[in-house]
Design a protein. Structure first.
Length: 325
């Protein structure tokens, strides 16, 4: 047995230039029922195929390997090579990351995509400063409000314990008079079944993936904003790949972005139908609710402006100028 090691070592040294296939580890907080995760797993398959197995990416979903808050730090440290996060959870690093959770800024897929294009240079620069490369970003469907009873009066928010996926949504709930709790997608069922929350803000897709009808009976399709997930990699891991593999990876990422936005639209339609089929009443906000949402939204926007630096504001202005063309 003991003689084996030197022999293997000698063999390895004899082929110093043999290409080593890279095996990457990637983490996402979202479960397999999410179209985002399905898209990302397809991306990993595409990379494997396009590089003939030179780069394989194993996607660990549902926060199983790394918790949401630890995904970016882990890629930065090199513990894992790639990650996917809800972009706006990075808002403590810079307010630009939550520009896609502001009401009234981008209320359609086309607007949301234009906002991504306008803010991408700044976001890419901030990621680069941490040794990270963004690969692609995909929007969730518009965010709405799930409640036990149909939401007909903004006063229903008074004291309502509302699950929110990020800080900005928590601020919004507070402005509406509710009591927010930040809960990961994967913890939604427990939050409801243990009575920690009465309501939630999320998309049609997540409501469907989390079988919201087990806990609530109404969905107000309030079209609050279309927040994004971002997929990124470690610059160091990227630099270790040969040029051909790097190119194949970037091409697969561009395809994943395109496919992801289309999947989001389709999933929104399918999920709204699934919510109704399972007994959830889906409706648009009435006038009183709309007015209250608008007022809270305006305050939220003002709050963002107070925190954002000039570069972030310029990115938002660039987006607006482009939309007005
Ligand atoms: N689903 C994720 C993020 C936004 C969404 O629609 C969530 O609720 O956690």
């Amino acid at each position: 047995m003991q003689r084996k090691t030197p022999l293997l070592l000698a063999m390895a040294c004899a082929m110093p230039f043999a290409a080593q296939a890279a095996e990457w580890t990637m983490a996402t907080p979202y479960g397999d029922a999410s179209f985002h995760t399905q898209n990302t797993k397809q991306f990993a398959e595409d990379v494997d195929e396009a590089t003939d197995g030179e780069l394989t990416i194993t996607v660990h979903s549902g926060g199983a390997l790394v918790s949401h808050g630890e995904i970016k730090p882990s890629v930065r440290r090199g513990t894992i090579d790639a990650g996917e996060v809800f972009l706006s959870v990075l808002s403590n690093d810079d307010p630009i990351f939550e520009v896609d959770t502001l009401p009234g800024v981008a209320g359609s897929y086309d607007d949301a995509f234009a906002l991504w294009q306008a803010t991408k240079p700044m976001i890419t620069e901030l990621f680069a400063a941490e040794g990270l490369i963004p690969l692609y970003a995909v929007a969730w469907p518009a965010q709405g409000i799930y409640t036990a009873e149909p939401l007909t009066d903004p006063a229903q928010f008074e004291g309502l314990r509302v699950r929110a996926p990020n800080i900005n949504t928590q601020r919004f709930v507070t402005l509406m008079g509710g009591s927010p709790t930040e809960t990961e997608e994967s913890d939604i069922p427990t939050a409801f079944s243990t009575g920690r929350v009465d309501a939630m803000i999320t998309s049609s897709s997540t409501g469907n993936a989390m079988t919201a009808w087990d806990y609530v009976s109404a969905y107000t399709d309030a079209n609050l904003w279309l927040p994004k997930n971002i997929v990124f990699i470690s610059q160091r891991s990227f630099d270790r790949l040969d040029e051909e593999t790097q190119q194949a990876l970037m091409e697969a990422a561009a395809r994943a972005e395109e496919r992801g936005w289309a999947a989001s639209r389709e999933d929104n339609d399918a999920s709204l139908a699934a919510l109704e089929e399972n007994g959830i009443s889906v409706s648009q906000p009435n006038e009183a609710v709309s007015a209250a949402l608008q007022e809270a939204g305006d305050a939220l926007y003002q709050d963002w402006l107070d925190r954002a630096d000039e570069e972030a504001e310029q990115a938002l202005e660039a987006y607006r100028a482009q939309r007005d063309e």
